[in-house]
Write a protein that binds this ligand. Structure first.
Ligand SMILES: *Cc1c(COP(=O)(O)O)cnc(C)c1O
Length: 402
């Protein structure tokens, strides 16, 4: 680190609440799959702002779509209609195979909405107020109180007890463990289709299909959190498509606006008919013309640029290359993931994953961890095989520390 970055970092640490241990880098601008710091140093980006910037930095069509909307109308509140919100709603529900959508400002808010929608559905059905939700151990759903309550990691929850009530935790990919938690009060089961923060664990097909069947039999709502693994990252628009099942409620955020704060929870008409009505839920900013114009442009680029094909082809190439790296080092104990959401598991006693990420960043490659011992690869969805080759070179150099 040199130049002017030190000054900004010192200032930041004197005024921002210290809730992150940040990398010592101040970013200035981006182009394609590369970011540049305020000293002009270039970085290859395999983080994408945590699975957000799917279409690459300095994307001219995206920037122009947003600029045009800024000049027209940025915000008008949800007391009125706007054209971008209508178009985004039509296109996003179509992409997800859902019927209804509510736009939020973040992923955590999408989870809050999904929880409320599920509880209201059950309340409308039987009038009871003691419904239960089953969440998964090792899951991550966000930092607000409701989202935290369904996050299966006690370390994140405990300082903030009490959580919202009636949440049970089961083991992901263990159908019996879920069956053991089901009672007559269970109204919903919530999980990520591919666990992200927990260490890149895809749901096993038999598990997810079993959960779907269980939910159908008992009128329990299946909430799939696709905030990280959705929007094309797994190789299909939504990760659940690959399982041949569909949830009752789905949450999205991160890449859905590619950088403007927008998320959504979507549901089937069946759920909507018995769920949230005027007075039950709201948001001032949520789904305003600016962010929904971004959603429309993102979905347009997915359609017209065949982003999914690139994810599948480059994802497979990345899989092969990471397998080779894993085979070379005995401290890399597993390799998991699909498409462009993959993880290498490190034996932290021999080679700490976090240390490798730090070295990589100083070597001009942005990679981050998931959990404490997994390096996660979640690049922009427009990366090429050449970018993968370059990444592998820097990764190996960072592992070997030369
Ligand atoms: C990031 C994430 C969230 C929370 O989203 P925020 O926008 O940070 O509130 C929820 N669920 C999953 C799976 C995520 O990856």
């Amino acid at each position: 680190m040199n130049g002017s970055m030190n000054k900004y970092i010192e200032e930041a640490e004197s005024v921002l609440l210290h809730t992150y241990n940040r990398f010592p880098v101040v970013f200035d601008h981006g182009k394609g799959v590369r970011l540049y710091d305020t000293d002009g140093k270039e970085y290859l980006d395999f983080c994408a702002g945590i699975a957000v910037f799917a279409l690459g930095y300095g994307n001219e069509e995206y920037n122009n779509a947003l600029k045009a909307q800024i000049d027209k109308l940025i915000h008008c509140s949800n007391l009125f209609y706007s054209v971008p919100a209508v178009n985004a709603a039509k296109e996003l529900t179509k992409a997800a195979g859902m019927d209804r959508v509510f736009f939020t400002n973040s992923g955590a808010e999408a989870i809050e909405g999904a929880i409320k929608a599920a509880r209201k559905y059950a309340y409308t059905r039987d009038g009871n107020t003691d419904h239960e939700i089953i969440a998964m151990n090792n899951s991550f759903h966000g930092r607000t109180m409701g989202a935290l309550s369904v996050t299966g990691n006690k370390k994140y929850r405990e300082p903030f007890y009490p959580m919202i009530g009636n949440i049970e935790y089961a083991d992901f990919n263990d159908l019996d463990s879920v069956l053991n938690k089901v009672t007559g009060k269970t109204c919903a089961i919530i999980m990520e289709t591919i666990q992200g923060e927990g260490g890149i664990y895809p749901a096993e097909p038999e598990f997810l299909k079993g959960i779907r069947k269980l939910c159908d039999e008992k009128d329990i709502l299946l909430i799939l959190d696709e905030i990280q693994c959705g929007m094309g990252r797994s190789g299909s628009m939504f990760a659940y498509e690959a399982y041949g099942i569909s949830p009752d409620i789905v949450t999205v955020a991160k890449a859905v606006g590619c950088g403007v704060p927008v998320g959504a929870f979507m549901m089937t008409q069946k759920v909507a008919d018995m769920s949230l009505v005027p007075g039950d839920h709201g948001t001032t900013y949520g789904g305003n013309p600016l962010v929904t114009a971004a959603v429309c442009e993102v979905l347009r680029q997915f359609r017209e640029k065949d982003i999914l094909l690139n994810v599948r082809e480059t994802g497979e190439y990345l899989y092969g290359k990471l397998d080779e790296v894993a085979a070379r080092y005995d401290f890399i104990t597993a390799h998991r993931g699909r498409g462009l959401i993959q993880g290498l598991v490190f034996d932290n006693d021999k080679m700490p994953a976090g240390e490798v990420c730090k070295r990589a960043v100083s070597n001009g490659l942005i990679i981050i961890t998931a959990g404490s011992n997994v390096i996660r690869f979640i690049p922009p969805l427009v990366i090429t095989k050449e970018d993968v080759d370059e990444m592998i070179g820097i990764l190996v150099r960072s592992i070997e520390n030369d």
